[in-house]
Design a protein around this ligand. Structure first.
Ligand code: ATP
Length: 794
């Protein structure tokens, strides 16, 4: 057991504007702790933060200033936690801080550069690297990704859904068993056998999170996210399984509602966030108090899920993310105060070891078989599990005559065959429960084994010993089978619930020590084959899910919108990122290609050198035979030279190979970043498109002025355009934009068409109000863009 207080670290986000001098200072001199001093600017010191204090000092394990890079954060904060998870302890790293202070950047990473990878991808990379190195154990790794928004949990790794809103994602609920273990119903657990698979899952979850958020609901700001890596390990042949979980938590923005000054839906969200963070604070206060027996974990979903991470069996680390700009000073001080309280909490992490009941059963069964064989050898009888019909009939006769025998001393003699003994007990019990045994025959006397008196003492003793062992083993098996049944029932219950809820089958997570988690073959065996298929199917699905999404979206986009999309994306910051990353990718690809070629060259050089050395050796042997010389022990300088050259080539081969491996990971990561940026770009375009259409509508509707009659020339030109427009509109607008019904109704208003028609005779119309509205929206949007870029005619 490791007793440890929660480790607290602080990270200061770089400021975009020039930081006023002396707003904070870091003192690293003190032993094993660092102090962060926040110095209030003069104009704030008398203000709302606190009465006239000028500076605040907070202690942390370490403070990372604005210059700190992601690799340092990983090395110092996350690596030790990952190491303890690999050793079998649970671990949690959570980021806490106000919106925009860098929580997501720290936990997941930035979306632009490979070097901005956050704790999750770096930890996955480290974990898989370590697992690969350790061949002494068998490891199984699974991941899950949970989002908590307004007190509801959502599974971000559901491969069966194309989420377009949060409600599309499977809802995760909390179940608590009688032993107070938390089970997350509906949270899928996806197996990841490589770093690449795990990263794909992370990106799938992030994309689902991004797709599901609306402008009103910036999910990243207003929701809590928990990415969990589950590792189980076992040495071959051992019955002990170690399980550990690593929670990587990105909490919602911690700012107070009063300051944000929000209303409506945002206020509701803010209340939920503040409430759940308030409950988190309450849990932390309660844990920090000595002799406090009740800890209010159940108040919110987040504290329930993180129960083990706070005051439980876990090594926990908190990162306080701080934005030390003047306007954020008060929030930063709150964050630091919160961290100081968290630092008081003690956790007791224990190794999560358990016996694999499946293996114990196999061992016991083997032992039983051996005992049976031994018994058969001694008794000279070969037994099967079942009694034959003849044996059963004979036993029935014996039982009847035993029950009918008036002699109280009479005995039921069935020998030492446990199957017969069990059968007799079974029959007697049945008869007793059916009350078919006459009062006087009730066997209240002890059954004594006097009948064996004639046997030799050695045989009798041996038989008795064997019988005892058998009985003991039977008992053990019964206990284990019951344990398995209980587990199977738990899993089955969850499946049944899920089937009822969603018409599908999913796995459930549990924090119970016996839970059928990753790598637990026993639980897998107990899961129905349908469930297994679903699980296997899903882990395949997610790999294609991320890429499938983009194809679907592309097909949906009409040519007109595609044109608008092309213009839209030209200036978009994400497009710049995509283009930059494309550039980097090209470079990396060509570097990888060149490296591949060099590796091949070096490989063939090594081959040649080997051959040369062989030939040299053969020559020397041949020479020594022809010259009849014995001095072949001498070192051959030529061979030595060849050898050292070969060593050099091998070294460079190894270096190049390591670099190539690194390049592969970087290329994959960049590809995923680009994919994510593209999805985001498209999503933003859709929002913008709808907004443009709505703006156009707003401008058009209020006009009630009668239309000026058109001149015959106008009418002529219009009808001409109208005919032509059918072709054009078909060409550029095959599908309507995804407008809401409300918006569609608004657009269907003939006034709009008429008004704009009256104003812009050059616009092609189709006669179909929906398509015409699309055309108008498109043209207007294009004009706006061109105006922004200074390319408009007027
Ligand atoms: N240490 C850092 N270095 C460079 N950029 C950073 C750093 N921290 C944050 N950023 C940038 O600041 C912006 C806001 O950061 P981020 O999204 O991580 O904040 P957050 O605390 O997660 O906010 P929210 O509560 O809204 O999720 C992002 O554009 C991010 O890239």
């Amino acid at each position: 057991m490791v007793k440890q207080t929660i480790q607290i670290f602080a990270r200061v986000k770089p400021t975009s504007r020039k930081q006023p001098q002396g707003i904070y200072s870091i003192d690293e001199d003190e032993k094993s702790v660092a102090a962060l001093e926040i110095i209030l600017p003069r104009d704030l010191a008398d203000g709302f933060v606190n009465n006239k204090r000028e500076s605040y000092k907070f202690k942390f394990q370490r403070i990372f200033d604005q210059e700190s890079k992601q690799d340092t954060i990983f090395e110092i904060i996350a690596k030790p936690v990952a190491e303890s998870v690999l050793a079998g302890y649970n671990g949690t790293i959570f980021a806490y801080g106000q919106t925009g202070s860098g929580k997501t950047f720290t936990i997941t990473g930035g979306a632009e550069r490979y070097s901005d990878r956050g704790i999750i991808p770096r930890t996955l990379s480290y974990i898989f690297e370590q697992l690969q190195k350790d061949s002494r154990k068998m490891y199984t790794t699974h991941v899950s990704y949970l989002e908590i928004y307004n007190e509801c949990g959502y599974d971000l790794l559901d491969p069966r859904h194309e989420a377009s809103s949060l409600e599309d994602l499977p809802k995760v609920t909390i179940l608590e068993d009688p032993d107070q273990n938390i089970h997350l119903k509906n949270l899928s657990l996806q197996q990841a056998t490589t770093e690449e698979e795990a990263l794909n899952l992370l990106f799938l979850g992030d994309t689902n999170r991004m797709i599901a958020e609306t402008p009103m609901n910036q999910a990243s700001t207003r929701s809590h996210c928990i990415f969990t890596v589950h590792i189980s390990s076992k040495e071959p042949g051992s019955a002990t399984v170690r399980r550990a979980k690593l929670h990587l938590v990105d909490l919602a923005g911690s700012e107070r509602v009063a300051k944000t000054g929000v209303g409506g839906q945002l206020l509701t969200e803010a209340k939920y966030i503040n409430l759940s963070l308030h409950y988190l604070e309450q849990v932390i206060i309660a844990l920090a108090e000595k002799h406090r027996s009740h800890i209010p974990y159940r108040n919110s979903m987040m504290t329930s899920v993180l129960r083990d991470s706070l005051g439980g069996n876990c090594m926990t680390t908190m990162i306080a993310t701080l934005s030390l700009e003047k306007r954020n000073i008060d929030e930063s001080i709150s964050t630091c105060r919160f961290a100081q309280r968290v630092a008081l909490i003690k956790n007791e992490a224990v190794l999560n070891e358990e016996i694999d009941p499946r293996l114990v059963i196999i061992r016991l069964k083997k032992e039983i078989q051996e005992l049976k064989d031994e018994l058969a050898f001694i008794t000279g009888e070969q037994r099967t599990d079942q009694l034959t019909q003849m044996e059963l009939d004979k036993l029935e006769e014996q039982i009847t005559s035993f029950l009918e025998d008036q002699d109280p001393e009479s005995r039921l003699e069935v020998g030492s065959d446990m199957r017969k003994i069990h059968y007799c007990f079974y029959r007697l019990k049945k008869l007793l429960s059916e009350r078919k045994i006459p009062e006087k025959n009730e066997f209240s006397h002890e059954i004594k084994d006097k009948d064996q008196e004639g046997d030799t003492p050695l045989k009798e003793e041996e038989l008795k010993k064997l019988r005892d062992v058998l009985k003991q083993r039977d008992n053990e098996i019964n206990i284990l089978v019951n344990m398995l049944k209980k587990e199977k029932k738990k899993v089955q219950d969850v499946f049944n619930l899920q089937n009822t809820n969603r018409g599908g089958t999913r796995l459930s997570l549990s924090s119970s020590p016996l839970y059928g988690g990753p790598g637990d073959d026993s639980s897998k065996a107990s899961v129905s084959s349908t469930a297994k298929q679903t699980h296997e199917g899903s882990s395949l699905d997610y790999r294609s899910g991320f890429h499938r999404r983009k194809t679907v979206k592309k097909e949906e986009m009409s040519l007109g919108r595609q044109e608008a999309f092309e213009i839209f994306k030209q200036d978009h910051a994400d497009n710049v990122t995509i283009e930059d990353n494309k550039q980097i990718l090209r470079q990396r690809f060509s570097e990888a290609k060149a490296l591949g070629e060099s590796i091949n060259e070096v490989r063939s050089k090594i081959g040649h050198l080997k051959e040369e050395i062989n030939q040299r050796q053969m020559q020397r042997v041949a020479l020594s035979i022809t010259d009849n010389a014995t001095g072949d022990q001498e070192l051959d300088p030529v061979e030595e030279k060849l050898r050292s050259k070969m060593e050099e080539e091998k070294k460079s081969y190894k270096n190049m190979f390591t670099r190539l491996k690194g390049l592969k990971v970087e290329i994959e990561h960049l590809q995923l970043l680009m994919e994510k940026a593209k999805v985001k770009l498209k999503k933003e375009f859709e929002v913008w498109w709808i907004e443009e259409a709505a703006n156009l509508q707003k401008k058009s509707v209020p006009s009630n002025s009668p239309r000026t009659p058109e001149s015959p020339k106008q009418q002529q030109s219009q009808s001409h355009l109208s005919n032509k427009s059918e072709l054009i509109s078909k060409k550029i607008m095959p599908s309507p934009p995804p407008l809401s019904r409300l918006q569609r109704n608004r657009f269907n208003n003939p006034n709009v068409e008429e008004r704009v028609l009256g104003n812009s005779s050059a616009i092609p119309f189709t006669g179909d109000s929906q398509t015409d509205t699309d055309i108008l929206a498109f043209i207007k949007a294009r004009q706006n863009l061109l105006q922004k870029k200074g390319l408009a005619n007027n």
